[in-house]
Design a protein around this ligand. Structure first.
Ligand SMILES: Nc1ncnc2c1ncn2[C@@H]1O[C@H](COP(=O)(O)OP(=O)(O)OP(=O)(O)O)[C@@H](O)[C@H]1O
Ligand SMILES: [Mg+2]
Length: 122
């Protein structure tokens, strides 16, 4: 984990975002030793966060549905879950004025990115 900045956000909402993303990274591991990296980048008016894992990854054709409610993709049937984590995360981030997207390569790993607007008056 990088040293992460202090942000202005709803405490419960943002901890739910990190909990969901970290629990996904811990759940969808491959047979490699799991590595999860949380980092951030200053983008001026926004902070960009990234949670990257080296887990099973997601097939290109499955990527468009992972932010839809109750959608779980190939291979996830054996793992607990309802398919609500990512849609809730995206909604929370969007309610803060940010956005969330995913990049993944099957068999290699997954990166979730999200931005949060900075506030100059805090
Ligand atoms: N880090 C990841 N690596 C591989 N696949 C992932 C990852 N994160 C999400 N997915 C895929 O996207 C689907 C949707 O994720 P989401 O967090 O919404 O649901 P879930 O984890 O299955 O259930 P819940 O979060 O409700 O417990 C997952 O079922 C899984 O197939
Ligand atoms: Mg989840």
């Amino acid at each position: 984990m990088d040293s992460l900045p202090t942000v202005y956000a709803n405490r419960m909402g943002l901890s739910q975002v990190f909990q969901n993303l970290i629990s996904n990274a811990l759940k969808f591991t491959s047979d490699r030793k799991p590595q999860i990296k949380i980092s951030s980048k200053d983008q001026g008016a926004f902070t960009l966060f990234e949670v990257t894992d080296n887990g099973v990854g997601i097939r290109k054709e499955d990527l468009p549905v992972v932010f839809e409610v109750f959608k779980r993709v190939a291979g996830s049937e054996q793992k607990d879950g309802t398919g609500l984590g990512l849609p809730i995360c995206k909604r929370i981030v969007e309610l803060h004025g940010g956005s969330m997207w995913i990049e993944s390569e099957s068999g290699k790993g997954t990166s979730i990115f999200f931005t949060l607007p900075k506030r100059s008056d805090v």
